[in-house]
Design a protein around this ligand. Structure first.
Ligand SMILES: *[C@@H]1O[C@H](CO)[C@@H](O)[C@H](O)[C@H]1NC(C)=O
Ligand SMILES: *[C@@H]1O[C@H](CO)[C@@H](O)[C@H](O)[C@H]1NC(C)=O
Ligand SMILES: [Cu+2]
Length: 228
């Protein structure tokens, strides 16, 4: 891709704004400036959420703020849990046939060797619950990117009042099931960086997102320095 310096510089603020970067020095892309973006596997930000750890019927954390392009990985504990996407005004039932669903993860001890990872495509609130009978009503609900009018406490209160939880009738979809990527011992609210397995769906998506950004930012910095 060959673009004029003007185009690259004009696109820099947009790229930075889109990825939450303020100054270039604070941008997550600094880790990749030592090598050309085109040959570097992009690092995707992953946040870990445990499901049912210590026999507690909670997602931990149950409120997640996640940037577009980042990933949220769900790690499952005994005995059996799932992650299902719901609508804000209809907790404990699938949002429709296109929402994500992890499938049921049954685990005897420790955490399941596999996890379910979703990619955040936009900043709209994403509502989640466990499809195991009774768990949603009991509080196994959560939210990614809540806002002022759609809060977890409202969703949780509504979930407590449903007559039953509806488990999806369709197969797992909308995320990647694979070996756990993040260390479970890490603080659940902390963010870790992991390089997805080559060829995985998340890697392909991450590559597309990051390659364009890195090419733009790295090149623009270079030009800016030359011109300074
Ligand atoms: C919260 O998100 C919902 C869904 O995107 C939206 O309809 C609503 O206007 C948002 N509320 C605020 C205060 O941003
Ligand atoms: C993001 O988009 C992909 C591809 O359409 C989809 O599989 C995934 O479920 C979406 N993520 C969320 C959180 O909806
Ligand atoms: Cu559950």
């Amino acid at each position: 891709m060959i673009l004029s310096p003007t185009v690259l510089l004009l696109s820099l603020p947009l790229a930075l704004a889109q990825y939450g970067g303020g100054s270039p020095a604070a941008s997550p892309t600094t880790s990749s400036t030592s090598a050309p973006a085109s040959t570097t596997a992009p690092s995707v930000s992953i946040q870990t959420v445990t499901v049912g750890e210590n026999n507690q019927l909670v997602f931990n954390p149950d409120t997640i703020t996640a940037a577009v392009g980042s990933e949220v990985e769900f790690i499952f504990f005994p005995p059996s849990h799932s992650v299902v996407q719901a609508a804000f005004d209809a907790p404990c039932q699938p949002i429709g046939n296109n929402g994500f669903y992890s499938g049921a993860f049954t685990t005897s001890s420790g955490s399941n060797a596999n996890s379910f990872t979703i990619t955040i495509n936009d900043t709209n609130p994403i509502w989640i619950f466990c499809g195991f009978p009774g768990h949603c009503e009991a509080g196994l609900v959560g939210v990614i990117n809540p806002n002022a009018s759609q809060t977890l406490s409202l969703f949780k209160a509504a979930a407590a009042k449903v007559s039953s939880t509806t488990d999806p009738t369709f197969a797992p979809q909308g995320g990647v099931i694979g070996p756990v990527q993040a260390a479970v011992s890490a603080s659940p609210s902390s963010s870790v960086s992991a390089t997805p397995k080559p060829g995985s769906a998340s890697e392909i998506k991450g590559s597309t997102l990051w390659a364009g950004l890195l090419a733009t930012v790295v090149t623009a910095w270079g030009i800016a320095e030359l011109m300074a």
